[in-house]
Design a protein around this ligand. Sequence first.
Ligand SMILES: [Zn+2]
Length: 381
Amino acid sequence: MNNSIKLFKIKGIDIKMHFTFPLILVWGALSFGLFRNGGWEGAIYGILVISLVFVIVVLHELGHSIAALNYNVPVKQIILLPIGGVAQLEDIPEEPQKEFVIAAAGPLVNFIIAGILIIAAPLLGQKISAASLLRISSTLGELSISSIFTYIFTSNLFIGLFNLIPAYPMDGGRILRALLATRLSYVRATSVAVVIGQMLSWGFGLMGFLNGNFFLIILAFFIYTGAGQEGRLVQVRNVLGDLRVEQAYSRGVRSINLNEPLETALHFTLNSFQSSFPICDEGKLAGMLPYQKLVESLEKRELSTPIREVMHTGIKPVSPRDKLIDVQMRMSSQRVDALPVVNKDSEDFLGMITSQDLNEAYRLSLAVDKAKPMVRLKEAA
Ligand SMILES: [Zn+2]
């Protein structure tokens, strides 16, 4: 998610808000200012009440993040969305025990805060009661310390419990997968968790429609698509397994010398399957000329322009020993569909690995796997 603004940094983790996040604050302002006739004062009150919930959400996400950092899993960032927060971890470990701890750490933070409040409130002469909760959500200007205590207590309890619903990829669903994975294979455990998550998301969606609760409908959508995406990733990771670039990349790729004119690339594109070209200098990779770049260059430059003047440089090639799954992840995060393959020692250009190669590797090893052990494909390569 790139459409976000950095707010601050805690323990080296960027806390960002998605550009849609202010919508929930607007909703808070409208809900108290307009619908409950609070006027400007009510609007400010609404924004404060919602912001307080998001402070709790950040603490929850920090719980996941600190648990992850403890296992040396890097945390990219925490993003606040109108429906909650997401701690983006670099690579969630496929180890049930670690996943269990990382998933449980978020709700645990909420239960600890709620526990502290329930002990501290009477000591400070405050009471946590349903009556003061009702006051905070219905009337304005009656803010007492008691009602703020109650509000923070209830919000923590609610956020903690809500996240424990076993709807993968919510925390409860991750905990469920971790528990299942102690008995089943990781892939099997994930597919069971995905099915349960998607079933529950239908339930959420239906409940949202019946009650006119927009929040639940959006949440249902997020759970449904999130579960599907993560389930697929686990599947791909499992099928590609230990397959490496050398087993799938395209040899015999046509490369172009960097001193050749644009016209050469134009002819090669028209006369072959290839549309994206590695640019070489005496057998060593010097750059790339992707199709889009060729089109742009043809629009702006003469046909006689040397390719070295328009090619992309600074592309990190892959090595034959790299894992296909890592290449797949890199290609999807960088949004490219081909990468050059280069011998690590001699730096000689060898060929290209394309998204089509990856697709073939996936489909073929799935097919081979069904009939024969995976070893066959590895021997064949
Ligand atoms: Zn969580």
